[in-house]
Unconditional design. Structure first.
Lengths: 845, 160
């Protein structure tokens, strides 16, 4: 079917705001130093807080002596684990953290005690004076070690040994799929994992205001650099034993998150408790080293893939296995585990698919969500694996992908509903712009912009990907809206939007202003957006899973449409024009048949307010039913829509040193409809940049149980001189359910960059490095091995893991309903949101 | 023990009693309330705390106030004059060069210093000048575009 332009706003005219580049509504505060971040809050009588963290990766705490520290002048409070004995965690199924360790520490950096003092210098001294006696325990620092030593149990949440979670799924007929294949290939990959490294270190200020007449003694306000004030609100209330009505969480400007500020953190809980005990505001700002230690970054993942293909490159079956190094605690890890397997089918058509995933506890900082959450590692593996298959079958890698694309408005074999999809167009655009075919067929180099040394080899690599536009299910089970937006119209013409969504730099505050401005026919400058305050703003689940534009955007449109209805009803009477004939644009409401017959937006508000009373509306968004299968675990992966991206990377490799220079990245992104193309391009460029850093620079190395390089000097983030040129191509095929057809841009564009670079390195020098990051030493080693006659391309660089047999969990077998996958196309969109399934069939291994 | 020092910040003279071991970053933020200067490492690694010292970018986290009493210090708050923004501030906002905005004050100061010395820098020169300022959001692309646009605007309007 045709993917026609969606305009659910009732406006009959072309967009005036949507799709036009304009400054973010909060841009001027950011360029003048006025924008406030959590650490910028300075309150009268404010104390400073800090956490004492474990120097051991795994140890039993025998005793903690805080007496000397407490005697220090200027120290006002010290708390330890027993003061906050309530477990917490972001997922209801992983309640395994204490604000301060009780009995045991599980990674270098695990918090043990928290101190509040009058100044940071006193804090330093107090932290030094806390005496802790440890019994050091064996530390397990890798996936392989965690599997090999089940007797050293790190975290009580693990059911077997150190296995936090194991899952196993089969969709479609695997035997038939592999039997139909002309060629079957298996590969191992390893993704080392990395940190988000937002420029702003995590910070918070807590303020307890005592009130003796209040049954719980007072109220708490926490300003924090968090992406998820709603979840922090819930967890603070739980750990501090305060009703949620007595806790207010406010996120100000957040100086970058990328997933690293999505968990409720120990420092937030401790600052709150220290404030309650001292009756004074307490600020805790993490150091850069602490940001590396509290982590929640990209999981290291070992992956095995076995894929069957026809001679023409058509995929017949895929079996994918992932082993995640989770670090010491759960965090989002169960979701991350599901995500490593959930989206393989969303990019390419797979007639059958088997996925086994396993997350292990290790004595490292806990891993969690980083931009691309759980899908980045498998995307790297799958795209390099497919590149190898294309090479083996002598099919152009772009062509191989195009022969297998998922089709719009269909269901995947694992029951995920696909809406708009412009992946083919993305591939077409990047191969055109990068001169992909010319480069690969030319005898003479087509890209020849500088003198070329003979030992420098150039290559182009391609990869495609998909990403969710918001998680289809909330983190804690409920049937409430995922986003709500309130709008208030002032009789003076001002508009105030209230939304719990947090702007972490992605521009969500601006997006809300744009969509409301478009519906009401006014300029965004008349709109004030009040965000992320759990007392003032309605719940938005948070800035994660690329959900805000889609979900909060739709909620804002819904709220604005209600107000527009009221305005039109009043104006229709006032102008004696049927309301269907009215148009709101350019700050006036007018008769479409006679545009001179109009009233101003402000006058329209007054007319409507006189008739209806104060003009306040609320809109909300809940993802539709029928977007996933009905098996246990089907809740991770479904989304109301998916974005698609394709990247071509151009690299140069020095065959003498192994040095990799990524010269250029072309990135085409299926955005549905840009709300503001400037912001979309910014997200694409930022994602490409971050993917580049992960691919060839950022190393997450541990030595003797410690993060070896927890500083921005040693942990190599791409600077201006490293970062390649990035060319962004926006592909706009509006999604039928997206806000004005829009989809996400925050995370998806990162995913294809890493495999595109890996594939380009192979194209340049003919060696495969099946491990990320791909650094010069690894390339040089592979080149030397290739020259000495060893086969560099299929050498197993990644040590395989022998799969436990049986896999330590029940196998869930689920078959899609025939209609949903056979026809490929579903006419008139998706069939009334009906479930594309027959009841689940569960088997055991 | 605190020491009395004099700092010249954004054209104003300030007498302050500071801890002599505190960095300029700490004194600007904590003692003077100039919170537009940010910090991302406190160890000279990220560039977020960049301020201008007699017009040249320095890392305030590695600078001792006591040593710079004779210098003119400019923070982001001192760039805007009577509510009028510098062309680079305008183009940063217009072209989306500030996403989370946290590195932005430091990058603006490095960029403004570059434009003073070199009104029409090439992208290579921009990369060199900004190599000490990390940004995790933008991929730097929009930052170069903003500097290009500010250079053009300044040429048209005369450098402010």
């Amino acid at each position: 079917m045709s993917q026609k332009r969606s305009n659910g706003t009732g406006n009959k005219r072309p967009y005036t705001i949507i799709g036009t580049p304009r400054p973010k509504v909060d841009a001027y505060g950011k360029v003048t130093g006025r924008a406030l971040y959590a650490d910028d809050i300075m309150l009268p009588r404010m104390l400073y807080g800090r956490l004492l963290r474990s120097p051991h990766p795994h140890a039993r705490i025998l005793s903690i002596d805080t007496r000397l520290a407490f005697e220090l002048p200027g120290v006002l409070a010290i708390i330890t684990g027993e003061d906050l004995p309530q477990k917490f965690g972001i997922l209801p199924s992983s309640q395994d953290e204490y604000a301060l360790a009780i009995d045991k520490v599980r990674y270098v950096g695990d918090p043990i005690a928290a101190v509040a003092a009058t100044d940071p210098d006193t804090l330093d001294e107090a932290i030094r004076l806390i005496a802790v006696e440890y019994e050091v325990l064996p530390a397990l620092m890798s996936i392989d070690e965690a599997l090999a030593h089940p007797e050293t149990k790190i975290n009580g949440e693990a059911r077997i040994g150190n296995i936090h979670k194991a899952i196993s799924y089969e969709f479609g007929n695997m035997d038939a799929g592999f039997a139909a294949a002309d060629y079957i290939r298996e590969d191992w990959f390893y993704y080392e994992g990395n940190n988000h490294a937002p420029m702003e270190e995590h910070a918070c200020v807590a303020q307890w205001e005592p009130n003796p007449s209040d049954s719980v003694g007072g109220k708490l306000t926490l300003w924090s650099s968090t992406q998820t004030p709603h979840y922090v609100h819930r967890e603070l209330s739980k750990v501090l034993k305060l009703p949620q009505s007595h806790v207010r969480v406010i996120a100000l400007n957040v100086g970058g998150g990328f997933g690293g500020k999505s968990d409720p953190f120990s420092h937030e809980i401790c600052a709150s408790e220290l404030s309650r005990r001292t009756g004074r505001p307490v600020k805790i700002t993490c150091t850069r080293e602490e940001v590396f230690l509290i982590h929640r970054g990209r999981h290291p993942v070992k992956m095995w893939i076995k894929t069957g293909v026809k001679q023409d490159g058509t995929l017949t079956a895929m079996h994918f296995r992932s082993y995640l190094d989770g670090g010491a605690y759960g965090s989002y890890g169960i979701a991350s585990t599901y995500y490593t397997g959930a989206l393989q089918t969303v990019t390419y058509q797979l007639p059958c698919y088997k996925f086994e995933g396993m997350r292990l506890f290790t004595n490292k900082p806990p891993c969690g969500p980083k931009r691309g959450h759980g899908t980045t590692q498998p995307r790297y593996a799958v795209e390099v694996h497919l590149d190898k298959i294309a090479h083996d079958l002598r099919i152009d890698p772009a062509e191989l992908r195009q022969r297998n694309l998922i089709q719009p408005y269909t269901y995947t074999v694992n029951g995920l509903r696909i809406t708009s999809c412009a992946l083919d167009e993305c591939i077409v655009k990047v191969i055109e712009r990068s001169k992909w075919h010319e480069f690969h067929t030319a005898q003479e180099p087509v890209i020849n912009d500088k003198p070329h040394d003979a030992h420098m080899k150039r290559g182009l690599g391609l990869a495609a990907s998909s990403y969710i536009c918001g998680a289809g299910k909330p983190i804690y089970w409920n049937d409430l809206p995922h986003s709500a937006v309130n709008i208030r119209l002032d009789r003076g013409g001002g508009v105030t939007i209230y939304s719990g969504a947090t702007d972490i730099g992605q521009g969500s505050t601006s997006i809300l202003a744009y969509v409301v401005a478009e519906v009401l026919g006014i300029e965004p400058e008349h709109i004030h957006v009040e965000t992320s305050d759990t007392t003032l703003t309605p719940v938005d689940l948070g800035s994660y899973s690329s959900r805000v534009t889609f979900m909060a955007g739709n909620a804002a449109i819904a709220a604005a449409l209600k107000l527009k209805d009221q305005l039109f009803a009043a104006v229709a009477e006032y102008l004696h024009v049927p309301s269907e004939q009215l148009v709101a644009a350019g700050g006036i409401i007018f008769d479409e048949a006679d545009p001179g017959h109009s009233i101003s937006f402000t006058k329209a508000i007054q007319t409507a307010e006189a008739r209806f009373g104060a003009l306040i509306s609320s809109g909300s968004y809940t993802p539709p039913e029928g977007i996933h299968g009905d098996y246990k675990g089907a809740g991770v992966g479904p989304s109301p829509a998916y974005s698609y991206s394709t990247c071509v990377a151009q690299v140069e490799v020095d065959t003498e040193t192994g040095e990799i220079v990524v010269e250029k990245l072309w990135l085409a992104h299926d955005i549905g409809q840009s709300i503001n193309p400037l912001l979309v391009a910014g997200q694409v460029e930022g994602g490409a940049y971050m993917g580049y850093g992960e691919a060839v620079m950022e190393q997450q190395i541990f030595r003797k149980g410690r993060h070896k390089i927890p500083s921005l000097l040693d942990y190599k983030l791409p600077s201006t001189v490293d970062t390649p040129d990035i060319e962004t191509i926006l592909v706009e095929v509006p999604d039928l359910e997206g806000p004005f057809g829009g989809k996400e841009a925050g995370q998806g564009p990162l995913n294809p960059v890493i495999p595109a670079i890996a594939n380009a390195i192979f194209d340049a020098v003919g060696v495969r490095i099946d491990e990320v990051p791909i650094t010069a030493d690894k390339v040089l080693k592979a080149l030397k091995a290739a020259m000495s006659g060893k086969v560099a391309t299929s050498r197993p660089q990644v040590s395989p893991i022998e799969a436990p047999s049986p896999w330590p969990t029940r196998l869930i077998i689920w078959q899609p309903h025939d209609d949903s996958t056979q026809s490929g196309l579903i006419v008139n969109g998706y069939r009334n949101n009906t479930q594309p399934s027959i009841p689940a069939k569960e088997g055991t291994v | 023990m605190r020491e009395l020092i004099t700092l010249h910040v954004n054209g104003e003279r300030h007498e302050l009693a500071v801890q002599p071991h505190h960095s300029l970053l700490e004194v600007l933020r904590e003692d003077m309330g100039l919170i537009g200067t940010k910090h991302g490492c406190e160890l000279g690694e990220c560039g977020a705390c960049t301020v201008l010292l007699d017009g040249l970018p320095v890392l305030s986290c590695l600078t001792l106030p006591i040593e710079v009493q004779d210098c003119e210090i400019t923070t982001i708050e001192g760039i805007e004059q009577n509510g009028i923004l510098h062309p680079l501030q305008e183009t940063f906002a217009e072209l989306g060069a500030a996403q989370c905005g946290y590195c932005t004050p430091g990058i603006l100061l490095s960029g403004i210093s570059l434009l003073r010395d070199n009104p029409h820098p090439t992208h290579e020169e921009m990369k060199e000048a900004l190599a000490g300022n990390l940004c995790r959001c933008t991929g730097y692309t929009k930052i170069y575009e903003a500097i290009d646009a500010a250079a053009q605007r300044s040429a048209k309007e005369g450098v402010r």
